[in-house]
Write a protein that binds this ligand. Structure first.
Ligand code: FMN
Length: 184
């Protein structure tokens, strides 16, 4: 289907395991739509691809798991690099390390910095966003590992804790700023 000649049509890709990145990506879409833009929200998998005939911008919202993003993010960037480099782009990374504001600087947030170094991608905007801690949903091993990581980083270790650290004002502000990079 051909995109409108006027409204930008943004491909918003979410790489999510427990749903927080998806929730954040939906919030981004709502902001874009409220500014008159079209959005296509899709889950990241090995075949995720833009349609260069309709998509005029790209946003990637993806979470960290044991120090890494979904490998399909790198695959998408590698396969569709020419297109990605030719449109306005937003990278939003989601992690628990970002629960402290000083870690939300992309130059400081080690996973984001490494991802950008490894891919040599220079998104128009990079936003480091805090995710959610949901111990009751994790399996035994993951709960044990996350509790260990939280203990050594001074975080919550109560195995019944469900905490959403996401700063929704940060998310909507970033999405609003991104709209300024898109032609209407
Ligand atoms: C198994 C597992 C491993 C994780 N590893 C990391 C990590 O290495 N660093 C980090 O900052 N957060 C880590 N997290 C936190 C997630 O990034 C956070 O919970 C995020 O909200 C998950 O988003 P999603 O539901 O979209 O996957 C991990 C979470 C889980 C469940």
């Amino acid at each position: 289907m051909a995109g409108s000649a006027l409204a930008p049509r943004v491909l918003v890709v979410q790489g999510s395991r427990f749903g927080q990145s998806e929730k954040i990506a939906k919030a981004v879409c709502e902001v874009l739509q409220s500014r008159g833009m079209l959005t296509d929200l899709v889950a990241l998998d090995r075949s995720t691809r833009p349609d260069p005939l309709v998509h005029t911008a790209f946003a990637l919202v993806t979470s960290v798991r044991y120090g890494h993003f979904d490998k399909n993010a790198k695959r998408l960037l590698k396969r569709h690099r020419t297109w990605v480099d030719g449109v306005p782009t937003l990278l939003m990374t989601v992690s628990l390390t970002a629960r402290t504001p000083e870690k939300r600087d992309p130059a400081v947030h080690v996973y984001t910095r490494k991802f950008l170094e490894q891919t040599a991608w220079q998104p128009t905007m990079v936003e480091v966003v805090a995710g959610a801690l949901e111990y009751p949903r994790y399996n035994w091993f993951d709960r044990m590992m996350i509790r260990f990581i939280m203990r050594i980083t001074g975080g919550e270790t109560n195995p019944t804790a469900n905490i959403e650290y996401t700063d929704w004002t940060q998310v909507t502000t970033a999405a609003t700023t991104f709209t300024h990079h898109l032609r209407v």
